[in-house]
Design a protein around this ligand. Structure first.
Ligand SMILES: CC(=O)N[C@H]1[C@@H](OP(=O)(O)OP(=O)(O)OC[C@H]2O[C@@H](n3ccc(=O)[nH]c3=O)[C@H](O)[C@@H]2O)O[C@H](CO)[C@@H](O)[C@@H]1O
Ligand SMILES: C=C(OP(=O)(O)O)C(=O)O
Length: 438
């Protein structure tokens, strides 16, 4: 088993470059299924476990895929298979995003039921409601969801009960080849939705309104492969911004787009962090003392749930009482228990976490409970006394390219090791301390 080992105390300095966005590239890869003719070339595709999973999902659908030097080439001209088995969907829920494109292209899709995960139950009812409204029949059985349409999907009006990112994307991809016009209301407005719409339009689709609350799609006869560059990862950028701030460092996060990060920038500034918008990205300068603030996660342009755990790490070092309310996922506080192992004072009341600070963090062995939780624990380790060992790196690898290496390049004392190496150094470097907040 591999672990990330962090010894706290170093200030981060220098420049870090963000990768293409995981949450933009996964739907974009799924959308490439829609091209009945031609080859798509996708640029700035990050080398993540999730991207490799998506590559396997496509190969399994009889699609030709090549992935070299961050360029992903897709040709979906051959007769498509229509099934995505549990072995892929289990690893990555975004596998479900192939349902909309398959329904639109071949009128049939059979995808393993995603089920719940660590951060919540994550139903897919809004995706299915959209497909059914377009005329598809949906059946659930034997652990699979099967959707079918005789002939073409029909354009219609769909109102989402919640602005779900995945449902917006899946329904958009189904609607681009539907007969007539589809209007989707109360949609997600995330930058990743705009990235997907731009790619679809490059393929010949007619999608308008992405980035607002209503998307209007005029169906077209067929789509062609296209070239597309994936947007920068705002969550990876935000993770490095928080890491820089917590250490009192000075870091340029190259490729961070201020327009995508407004809620995070506002909240970090409220805490006393200096953030400068420079030509190539955002410069983050951590203050001597951080101020306590309140945060509520919301769909974009609200505060992103994918930055909640990392901001909790930062708030652990803030002076005073902070409250984080998680409104997007019902169970996204798994990291709290791990932070407690690092001697932090956090109470959970319903959907809120109440943090009293500043906390004297202590290194400990902690487990990534999900991908952002893992990153947050590494961040906490940057300012903890002694050694922090973060396990369950498979979660971190889903969404971060070489997190440890990039932090090391900024001056952090962090390394990724196999278990044997770690066991040789553990005991003497991590003297037992009394956890005062259990
Ligand atoms: C690959 C990807 O892009 N993942 C992101 C995407 O996930 P994902 O697309 O799964 O997130 P959604 O926006 O769909 O989910 C948000 C909330 O809506 C609920 N819901 C969703 C669909 C549905 O049919 N019914 C329903 O009730 C979910 O359970 C959750 O509580 O957006 C989330 C919210 O910003 C992020 O945390 C994830 O990083
Ligand atoms: C929750 C996340 O991803 P996913 O929806 O792929 O689980 C995330 O990126 O933080």
């Amino acid at each position: 088993m591999e672990k990330i080992i962090v010894r706290g105390g170093n200030k981060l300095e220098g420049t870090v470059k963000v990768e293409g966005a995981k949450n933009a590239v996964l739907p974009v890869i799924a959308a490439s299924i829609l091209a009945g003719k031609g080859t798509s070339k996708l640029y700035d595709v990050p080398e993540l476990a999730d991207v490799y999973t998506m590559r396997e999902v496509l190969r399994n659908l009889n699609i030709d895929v090549e992935y070299v030097n961050n360029t992903f080439t897709v040709n979906a001209e051959k007769t498509l298979k229509t099934e995505a088995p549990f072995e892929y969907v289990r690893k990555m829920r975004a596998s479900f995003l192939v349902m909309g494109p398959l329904l639109a292209r071949v009128g049939k899709a059979r995808i393993a039921l995603p089920g719940g995960c660590a951060i919540g139950s994550r139903p897919i009812d809004q995706h299915l409601k959209g497909f059914e409204a377009m005329g598809a029949t949906v059946e659930i059985g034997n652990g699979f969801i099967e959707a079918r349409i005789d002939g073409k999907l029909q354009g219609t009006k769909i109102y989402l009960d919640f602005p779900s990112v995945g449902a917006t994307e899946n329904i958009m991809m189904a609607a681009v080849l539907a007969e007539g016009t589809t209007i989707i209301e109360n949609v997600a407005e995330e930058p990743e939705i705009v990235c997907l719409a731009n790619y679809l339009n490059g393929m010949g689709a007619k999608v308008r309104g992405a980035g607002t609350g209503i998307i209007r799609i005029e169906g077209v006869e067929e789509l062609n492969g296209a070239q597309h560059t994936v947007i920068g990862d705002r969550i990876e950028a935000g993770t490095f911004m928080v890491a820089a701030a917590i250490t009192g460092g000075n870091v340029l996060v190259e490729g961070a787009v201020a327009e995508h990060l407004r809620p995070l920038i506002a909240k970090m500034r409220e805490m006393g962090v200096e953030i400068k918008e420079e030509e190539n990205g955002l410069r983050v300068i951590g203050p001597e003392t951080l101020k306590a603030i309140d945060i509520k996660t919301m769909p974009h342009p609200g505060f992103p749930t994918d930055m909640q755990a990392q901001m909790m790490a930062l708030l652990l070092k803030a002076k005073g009482t902070s409250v984080i309310t998680e409104t997007v996922f019902e169970n996204r506080f798994m990291h709290v228990e791990e932070f407690r192992r690092m001697n932090s004072n956090i109470k959970i009341e319903g959907r809120s976490a109440i943090i009293s600070g500043p906390n004297n963090l202590q290194g400990a062995e902690v487990a990534s409970t999900d991908l952002r939780a893992g990153a947050a624990l590494v961040i906490a380790g940057l300012v903890a006394d002694g050694m922090t060992r973060v396990t369950e790196l498979k979660h971190i690898d889903r969404g971060y390219v070489d997190l440890a290496g990039k932090l090391q390049a900024l001056g952090a004392d962090v390394e990724r090791v196999k278990e044997q190496v770690e066991e040789e150094t553990t005991t003497e470097d991590a003297p037992l301390r009394v956890n005062t907040n259990l």
